[in-house]
Ligand binder design. Structure first.
Ligand code: XMP
Length: 513
């Protein structure tokens, strides 16, 4: 049974995910749905307590602006409109919204006109909130009252007889002082939600659901060693044991000892059936002579799908393909601005589900990344596996600049291993968000002992970031870097010079290709 208590209808705001996060922080499960979702769908949510209309980029007075099924107002559930959401409510209840002379972007002072309102419990007057709107309310809808204002606009409204609220500001962003408190008030004091969203409930519910859905069928899953596929595998394994088979493809472009580590962790801790497929020769062959980064990515993706599909087809009894799709992937592919995109195709899916008539099993598609990590730890996946830095699908293939071959992959694996081990030893690994080495197609002259050397150049990269969309370089201590460089040059053959990349993102990207 769905535990969702709050549905957020997405009108395309860049902050929609944040609304869901803020509410879940209160242990209330909130789910984001496309604003076009028909109200009939709410029948699938027996625990529903309230609806939120998100912000969005369009203007309610434009013909093509995003609409909503007005049936939501007949559900007799509390509704909160945020920014565009409030303007939409204003329009639907016969008020007026127009382009403002003074547009508000950034912080604005919130003056409470009804400080006793449930929405403002514990919220002091004249605190700052985050505004981001060009349009504003110019005529109140007849059945509504004003709850708050800013210097230039109506900032909050409420229906006189129904639990329908609107706020012009973005309570969900951290710049809004007491924004979290207002959302909390909406969720608990207005919607009467219960704080019951716990990792242990999630695991129990998921296990029951997987058992009843899958029955005695067999399931296949592409295990990459990354957090998402690992947690999905652990959860399914807990539910159906050896009806699950994981396929692990060694592309030849993995980190040092990656295959063995994954095998050991998941076989020992979960008794998972894992089929290791060494396809490294196939990958190196396909990559021979190729130097263009995009072409390399495409080739690696294509080969991966081929290998995975070939293995999966051998398992004729499999009826399900499991994937570690997580919530941001789902939101991205279902939000109005991405409506034309299909669900993000992880490169291990290919055309498999359609071709083989497989059903998709996506047990963690409601979770954010940090929730995925919590579930993983609760399931007993070792923290070192869960908290590993992200590793890109194309692996070392995009960290070996220029042509990729086994010799270079072996060199890079060693360089990377020294760097990562030293970060662990120095207690720095968990202080940076992603660290790795890159091998350049350049040889330089050096001297070791009395001998001239002419060998490869490697670069170390370490970044700090919240969302991997932007990043700053990690300010690793110079003596630490010096030590790592010395260890690399003394221990890894064919590398005689190492540099440290100090480019932030932007203008650089995190990976070099
Ligand atoms: P960039 O290089 O775009 O990387 O700044 C941002 C984050 O994404 C990871 N990355 C990938 N992950 N498949 C993945 O699963 C890919 O093709 C891929 N390319 C980049 C990168 O490691 C960083 O964490």
């Amino acid at each position: 049974m769905k535990q969702t208590q709050i549905i957020i209808l997405d009108f395309g705001s860049q902050y929609t995910q944040l609304l869901a996060r803020r509410i879940r922080e209160n242990k209330v499960l909130a789910e984001v749905l496309d604003h076009r979702t028909n109200v009939e769908k709410m029948k699938e949510y027996p625990n529903l307590k309230g609806i939120i209309f998100s912000g969005g980029p369009s203007s309610v007075y434009e013909d093509k602006s995003y609409k909503v099924d007005e049936g939501y107002f007949q559900l007799n559930l509390p509704i909160l409109g945020v920014c565009y959401g409030m303007q939409l409510i204003t329009k639907l209840f016969k008020g007026k919204v127009e382009l403002a002379d003074t547009q508000e972007f950034g912080k604005a002072k919130l003056f409470l006109d009804d400080s006793k309102n449930k929405l403002f419990k514990g919220v002091p007057d004249q605190k700052l909130v985050w505004m981001s709107h060009a349009d504003h309310l110019t005529k109140m809808p007849p059945d509504f009252i004003k709850l708050a204002h800013s210097d230039s606009s109506v900032a909050a409204i409420m229906h006189k007889n129904k639990e329908i609220y609107g706020i012009q500001f973005h309570a969900e962003v951290t710049h809004s002082e007491y924004g979290g408190q207002m959302l909390k008030n909406f969720v608990f004091d207005i919607c009467n939600s219960e704080a019951n969203w716990e990792v242990s409930f999630f695991i129990k519910n998921s296990v029951d659901k997987i058992k009843s859905e899958v029955g005695t069928d067999e399931v296949i899953l592409g295990l990459s060693g990354g957090v998402d596929s690992s947690v999905a595998a652990a959860l399914i394994s807990k539910a159906i044991g050896d009806q699950l088979t994981c396929i692990f493809v060694d592309t030849g472009l993995l980190r040092k000892d990656e295959g063995q580590k994954v095998l050991k962790t998941y076989q020992e801790n979960f008794k998972m059936k894992i089929k290791m497929v060494d396809a490294s020769n196939q990958f190196f062959k396909a990559l021979k002579g190729v130097t263009d980064p995009e072409q390399k990515r495409k080739i690696i993706g294509r080969e991966f799908v081929e290998v995975f599909n070939a293995e999966a087809k051998k398992m004729k009894q499999a009826k399900w393909l499991a994937q570690g799709t997580i919530y941001p992937d789902v939101i991205e592919s279902s939000s109005p601005d991405h409506a034309s995109k299909t669900i993000k195709s992880h490169h291990n899916v290919g055309g498999l589900p359609e071709e083989m008539g497989l059903k998709l099993l996506e047990p963690i598609r409601d979770l954010f990344k940090d929730e995925v990590r919590k579930v993983g730890i609760a399931l007993g996946i070792p923290e070192v596996m869960i908290n590993r830095h992200p590793f890109p699908g194309p692996g070392l293939g995009i960290r070996i600049i220029g042509e990729v071959n086994k010799e270079k992959a072996d060199i890079l694996r060693e360089v990377d291993d020294v760097f990562i081990n030293e970060l662990w030893k120095a207690g720095l690994y968990n202080q940076v968000d992603q660290a790795f080495a890159v091998l350049l197609p350049v040889k330089t002259v050096g001297v070791m002992g009395d001998n001239r050397t002419y060998d490869y150049l490697a670069s170390l990269r370490s970044v700090n970031t919240i969302d991997f969309m932007t990043a700053t370089i990690s300010h690793l201590p110079w003596d630490f870097i010096e030590n790592v460089v010395a260890l690399i040059i003394n221990n890894v053959d064919h590398v005689n010079r190492v540099v440290y990349d100090i480019t932030s993102k932007p203008p650089g990207t995190i990976e070099w290709e």
